[in-house]
Ligand binder design. Structure first.
Ligand code: SF4
Length: 686
């Protein structure tokens, strides 16, 4: 903290939204009020720029509809009718309900449900895991994002590590594979532009012509879900034309002979019929990728939402091995840096898994709709505690989730900043702090800086941060284990106390002094320049048979591509500039800025259905139906439609989410959700 007048203080913080960029910011505080928030211009990666959402963050902090006090439901579930109660009364009610429930049905009938609504280290996972682990509650598999990609990469590399994204400045070919960088990872774009200034080229592989695809040097509009076939055809061409790095393959990989045999069938002609690209495009792309040095593959979130998402990552990771792209600074593969950051932290000390009740059941968040409909003899969930999440919007099969939330026998508690769609179904709603009001460290999944978030202002109203909520719940449940009451500062010190060389010199004190610090590694660090993959043999696995040591089945062939039912269009979704998943969708003026829900459709698909630009349409399938405005667009290909996700307004002003339409289709591995296996009929609204 530094003061530049008697009253004005400047306090360093960092964004904890579900976004790879993890922007550093500064808050100006006067007389206890935050009066200005701006990006920290000194930060080498985020460079003083906050996105369209967070540049208005103070509107969120001081929004008139922000929750300030605990609430108890007075109307029917979903009606949004509540009365104010005290914290003591709320905690007593929770403890009473939970105690009775544990006695009668067991602790596993309590499900704590949380996701990435806050990505701060301790506000995301710390005392909650200790408390609920100790109580023996059901565990939640938080796999809807990230894990599928990680598992896929692990199948080839043994870990999810990639190059430092800042090293893309050295790349001369950057392949943005299924990622809309300009919208979802905008601080990487200046790095990419720097590479272009030095002759780098950018190719985007994406079924949708996104803003990033439009800004790239080339866009390859593959059919959704066919990416693996394109990757295998690239390998076919690279091997056929002798463009492999034989030395790298021989020293640092295994299974190349089997891979070569396998990709022989994936001719460019076959791949053209599957992917929708031309033979010429595929040939040129493969040769450019194999001959330009350094070449980097940059996937992020898109691919993993296909049912064969893990296989896509597993296959993608073979490409930089056979070309030896890892040898060059700026070459290889760059995905999330999250696991890399966490590998340096003392997460075991933070979460204390040794204190958890053994053998508790795990429930996959993807299946929340079904979980909320479990029969009594299958361990029906009777209490739900939701924090860092808005599952009534963000989970697939939204109508089923909402029907579950309507159950009168389900005791639901929601901790949030706003009366979200999920909170409207709650029995008790507890007010949560914003990022300006609590202490945390935020490990980034988009760069190698570890950042400290200092509270700039006191909690608004009676709001509390997650860690304080769990301390209060532990007390209400009568627990006397001292480690359930550790302060936020103690928790952060534990997490930093790992002895890992990448954290050498990174302490709470040094973070307080500097705000953020780069992980300790050499500036020219390259993870696999000389092999060193995290597999048992230390070699990249180019071909793996079922039943590998990871325990996961590793089929050496691409995952099955779901077949589109006749007459239906495939729905591919993406983020908007104005919302972050469902965050900000409860706030004016963000909601107004985002506008009405529109569906982008190819002109021939629209003509076939006698639809015109601006028509009101209904999208429907087995899961439900959504009203939207038709936007005939050159940005989507035939057979594909696109709508953004988040709680947008439909033509009648109702808040709707795309997950009304998405099924809980499991991914091949990794326990994720194949959101893109979503096929809908589109017709004019009568
Ligand atoms: S949401 Fe992302 S881009 Fe926006 S301020 Fe936060 S970290 Fe930066």
């Amino acid at each position: 903290m530094s003061g530049n007048s008697d009253q004005l203080q400047i306090i360093h913080g960092v964004c904890a939204h579900d976004c790879p960029d993890t922007c550093s910011w500064k808050a100006e505080v006067s007389n206890g009020q935050a009066v200005r928030l701006y990006g920290d211009p000194q930060h080498p990666f985020t460079r003083g720029v906050l996105c369209a959402k967070v540049s208005h963050y103070l509107e969120r902090v001081y929004h008139p509809e922000r929750l300030q006090v605990p609430l108890r439901r007075t109307g029917r579930k979903g009606a949004g009718q509540f009365e104010e109660i005290s914290w003591d009364a709320a905690l007593a009610e929770i403890a009473n309900r939970w105690r009775k429930q544990i006695e009668e049905f067991g602790a596993e009938t309590i499900l704590p449900f949380s996701s990435a609504g806050n990505q701060g280290l301790i506000q995301h996972s710390s005392l909650d895991m200790r408390l609920f682990g100790l109580m023996g509650c059901s565990r939640l598999e938080r796999n809807i994002c990230g894990n599928v990609a990680h598992e896929g990469l692990c199948a080839t590399q043994g870990c999810g590590t990639g190059i430092n994204p800042e090293d893309l400045v050295h790349s001369r070919l950057i392949v943005l594979w299924g990622t809309n960088t300009l919208v979802t990872n905008s601080h990487l774009w200046p790095v990419i532009q720097e590479s272009r200034r030095h002759g780098g080229r950018v190719i985007v592989v994406d079924p949708i012509r996104t803003r990033t695809a439009s800004a790239a040097d080339q866009h390859l509009a593959v059919r959704p879900g066919t990416d693996t076939v394109l990757m295998l055809a690239m390998m076919h061409i690279i091997i056929r034309d002798g463009l492999t790095d034989e030395d790298y393959i021989q020293r640092y990989s295994e299974g190349f002979a089997e891979l070569s045999d396998h990709v022989r069938q994936y001719t460019p002609e076959l791949a053209a019929t599957v992917t929708g690209l031309s033979v010429e495009q595929i040939e040129a792309f493969a040769r450019e990728y194999a001959t330009v040095r350094p070449a980097v593959l940059r996937p992020l979130i898109g691919l993993e939402h296909h049912p064969n998402g893990a296989m896509m990552f597993r296959t993608l990771a073979c490409l930089p091995v056979i070309t030896g792209a890892w040898r060059y600074r700026g070459g290889g593969l760059a995905r999330s840096t999250g696991a890399f950051q966490f590998s340096a932290l003392n997460t075991a000390g933070l979460l204390k898994p040794e204190t958890w009740q053994p053998d508790c059941r795990s429930l996959n968040m993807r299946d929340l709709g079904r979980i909320l409909h479990l029969e009594a003899d299958k361990g029906a969930v009777r209490s739900l505690l939701v924090y860092n999440s808005n599952p009534a919007v963000t989970m697939p099969n939204q109508n089923l989730v909402r029907r579950g939330l309507q159950r009168e026998d389900l005791f639901t508690v929601v901790h949030d900043l706003f009366l979200t769609e999920t909170a409207r179904f709650a029995d008790l709603v507890l007010p949560a702090t914003s990022q300006l009001e609590h202490l945390d460290i935020v490990p980034s999944w988009g760069h190698h800086y570890l950042s400290l978030n200092r509270p700039a202002i006191a909690p608004c109203g009676q709001s509390v941060c997650n860690t304080e909520l769990f301390r209060r719940l532990a007390a209400a449940m009568g627990r006397d284990e001292t480690w359930l009451y550790e302060s936020d500062e103690q928790l952060l010190r534990t997490a930093l106390d790992s002895g890992h060389p990448m954290l050498e010199g990174i302490t709470l004190e040094s973070l307080l002094e500097h705000g953020y610090l780069h992980l300790n590694h050499a500036p020219d660090w390259m993870p696999f320049a000389a092999g060193g993959f995290a597999t048992p043999s230390g070699r990249a696995r180019l071909f793996a048979s079922a039943g590998s040591e990871s325990g996961a089945a590793l089929p050496p062939v691409p995952g099955e591509i779901p077949v589109r039912p006749p007459g239906r269009l495939q729905l591919v979704t993406g983020k908007t500039l104005h919302f972050l998943n469902s965050s900000y969708s409860h706030q004016e003026p963000h909601r107004r800025r985002a506008g009405q829900l529109t569906v982008q459709m190819h002109e021939e698909d629209a003509a076939e259905r006698e639809l015109q630009h601006g028509d009101s349409v209904i999208l429907q399938n087995e899961q439900g139906s959504v009203r939207a405005i038709c936007s005939v667009s050159p940005h989507v290909q035939r057979g594909v439609i696109s709508i953004p996700f988040g709680g947008l307004l439909d033509a009648s002003g109702e808040s709707v989410g795309v997950n009304i339409l998405t099924p809980e289709w499991p991914t091949d591995w990794g326990g994720g959700s194949g959101f893109y296996a979503c096929f809908v009929e589109v017709s004019a609204e009568k």
